[in-house]
Ligand binder design. Structure first.
Ligand code: 5GP
Length: 189
């Protein structure tokens, strides 16, 4: 397959700021887009079908798994999330870069399947900051926050598996570091 674009995986625990980072990366770099995932989680007020996610029932999602539609998928705290493979390959074959903004189980699977992918793990300065960020964004119940923090423990234990680790203490600095990583990796094809 002709494959000129680069595949970037940006992972890290929920609340670390990957969404904000990716949004700004896309705004500032016209050659990059973020893959739109499918999920069975319920839409939040800020969600839009086909923009933030493709919202699926569990039966629809499982059918997509059986049909081999996903580059990767994971069950994260009781909901399914997955990256549709065709859209990623289409973009790469056009020579365009794509970012997968995904949790760690999926990220590790992509690294196995696509060794050419560049993996970046975003970490919080400390777990208290992560907790405060999750609490302040107000999109999850206290129980969900607990579950996400529990998942974060395992995710953080996997950080050495990534090509790069970036601390998101100051947002602008974290974005600048990731932009530099992307630039370096593009130059070293
Ligand atoms: P949220 O429910 O906050 O939108 O997402 C929960 C977690 O799932 C986040 O860490 C997010 O990055 C991750 N996620 C979103 N889409 C995908 C996907 O397609 N695959 C995997 N493995 N994780 C995803």
């Amino acid at each position: 397959m002709k494959n000129n674009g680069r595949l970037f995986v940006i992972s890290g625990p929920s609340g670390v700021g990957k969404g904000t980072i990716c949004k700004q990366l896309v705004e500032r770099n016209k050659n990059i887009s973020v893959s739109v995932s499918a999920t069975t989680r319920k839409p939040r007020t800020e969600d839009a079908e086909g923009v933030t996610y493709y919202f699926k029932t569990e039966a629809e999602f499982k059918q997509m798994i059986d049909d081999g539609k996903f580059l990767e998928w994971a069950n994260y705290n009781g909901n399914y999330y997955g990256t549709p493979g065709d859209a990623v390959d289409e973009r790469l074959s056009k020579g365009l870069d794509i970012i997968l903004e995904i949790e760690a189980q999926g990220a590790l699977n992509v690294m196995k399947k696509r060794p050419d992918a560049v993996s970046i793990f975003v970490v919080p300065p400390d777990t208290e900051t992560l907790y405060q960020r999750l609490k302040n964004r107000g999109s999850e119940s206290p129980e969900e926050i607990e579950e996400r923090l529990k998942a974060a423990e395992w995710e953080l234990s996997q950080k050495e598996n990534y090509d790069y680790i970036v601390v998101n203490d100051c947002l602008d600095e974290a974005i600048a570091k990731i932009e530099n990583i992307i630039k370096d990796e593009k130059e070293n094809i």
